[in-house]
Design a binder for this molecule. Structure first.
Ligand SMILES: [Zn+2]
Ligand SMILES: [Zn+2]
Length: 348
């Protein structure tokens, strides 16, 4: 099969033929029809995760089951499926309790094993992790869910428990941030979107952000003051959808007293752990919530809102590219200025 292969951290990704995977016990092989590319792929490529090279990236996928391993009860060849980027083991107390997103034995396609920038991908513990994709939801739409949209959904619904009328500040208007804007609006919340890219903010406005704050690339815009000017006292909820020391602090300091920060953007301790203004957390009794994907068990409620049209993740799909373009794009993806989601079609 054709796949995007990275031979070592930071090396130029290459499209080439590699052996086809076979279904592990309890798992399946899926023919990839659509797979998203995000900043996490770039982190893996750059060597910020523990990856065994050579490696095939890709963790936001949708497609059709083409092989079913021993012991799988719920899935058949031909089923339309997607998976969360965190796949649980299916046996531990967290998986059995519906929280596979924090499974200690978790597998992540594109990180712990070869991923979906390929024609085929193997997935583990299918009965725990696969999610059925209804006919009326396209594969590209489903691929847009696996990481950023589902993460944003869980961040706002499962973690911050946003309610109607609350103000939500979303720092970073990329895939996860724009997803958060759309979901917050669907929940009846009011949104301030913050980004350094005016085009991304225009998309955020289209998706329902009431206010936007444009930060200069280097000019040190005072985001908390800007938010406080727009929303007296600051917002009830803030999402750091970027994951840097600066954006984490901007999100946190834009909260009102007793507000809730959801940290979604990855903050790998590449140059040590980031400094976080914990004095404010204590004095204002802020809640700091981590959010890590979403378990397959929580997908049906979200999928129903997508099938009904109440949520439209397909609006976030910015472009579709082939494997060759994906290989060329990956090394620069941390600097990508495209707003929204890039989807790869491996058959292109
Ligand atoms: Zn588990
Ligand atoms: Zn992702």
């Amino acid at each position: 099969m054709r796949a995007v292969v990275v031979d070592e951290a930071g090396s130029r990704p290459e499209v080439r033929d590699v052996p086809e995977p076979s279904a592990p016990a309890g798992g399946v092989v899926v023919r990839v029809v659509a797979t998203g590319m995000c900043r996490s792929d770039w982190h893996a490529w750059a060597g910020h995760d523990e990856i065994a090279f050579p490696h095939v990236p890709g963790h936001e996928l949708a497609g059709e089951v083409v092989e079913v391993g021993a012991g799988v009860a719920r899935w058949r060849v031909g089923d339309r499926v997607t998976v969360p980027f965190v796949c649980g083991c299916g046996r531990c107390e967290w998986c059995l309790g519906g929280n596979a997103q924090v499974c200690p034995e978790q597998e992540q396609p594109g990180f712990t094993h070869w991923g979906s920038f390929a024609e085929l991908v193997a997935l583990h513990a299918a009965d725990t992790n696969l999610v059925s994709v209804p006919e009326q939801v396209s594969f590209a739409t489903a691929a847009a869910l696996g990481c950023r949209f589902a993460t944003a959904y869980r961040a706002l619904v499962g973690r911050a428990r946003v309610v109607e009328g609350e103000w939500v500040t979303v720092v970073g208007a990329g895939g996860v941030g724009l997803s958060a804007v759309m979901i917050a609006r669907a929940l009846g919340a009011r949104v301030v979107a913050v980004d350094r890219n005016a085009e991304a903010l225009a998309v955020a406005t289209d998706l329902g952000a009431e206010h936007t704050v444009l930060t200069g690339a280097t000019d040190g815009t005072d985001v908390p003051s800007a938010v406080a000017d727009l929303v007296a006292g600051g917002s009830h909820v803030a999402v750091d959808a970027v994951g840097s020391e600066q954006t984490c602090a901007d999100a946190l300091l834009s909260l009102r007293r007793r507000g809730r920060l959801v940290q979604v953007g990855l903050l790998p301790p590449v140059e040590g752990h980031p400094r976080v203004p914990m004095d404010r957390v204590i004095a204002w009794e802020l809640d700091v919530l981590g959010s890590h994907g979403m378990a397959a068990a929580d997908y049906p409620a979200m999928m129903a809102l997508i099938a009904s049209g109440a949520l439209q993740p397909q609006r976030l799909v910015e472009r579709t590219i082939g494997l060759e373009e994906a290989a060329a794009l990956l090394p620069a993806f941390d600097r990508a200025t495209v707003a929204g989601i890039t989807v790869i079609d491996p058959t292109r």
